[in-house]
Design a protein around this ligand. Sequence first.
Ligand code: SME
Length: 157
Amino acid sequence: MAEDLYIQQGTKEEQYQALIPQIKGLLEGETDEIANLANIAAALKEQFGWFWVGFYLVKGDELVLGPFQGPVACTRIRIGRGVCGTSWKEASTLIVPDVEQFPGHIACSSLSKSEIVVPFFRDGKVVGVLDVDSDQLNQFDTTDQQYLEEILQLLSA
Ligand code: SME
């Protein structure tokens, strides 16, 4: 079960299409959310080599750092704060091509240049967000949005 993921080269779309069945396989039969989030973060980091990939989980009126891959990060984010807190508040995906242009962006690292944040839901409520940071500007687009949203839907399947 824990065999190495096959890392396919190709377009971003081809890479997601190769990765999604493997993520499905990893989640199959495992109900522990932390274990599943940890494997999703690792699979995405391995496949795409992004600077930081991880989860923040809703706890009361804050997001608290969950499983991630990459440098150490801020541990708590209030609702409406930064990209993550805004994505939570608006219950929608945010694509930020240049973090310096996002009012209130929380800089956990000065190396992070662009970002996508995707919320995930249980019973219609946001229970956490996936945050992906790149050290390149303009790294994320609606292709990432589409596939990352699809991956997070696997969590509630
Ligand atoms: N930049 C995020 C904070 C999380 S770190 O980048 C890992 C934000 O503005 O919400």
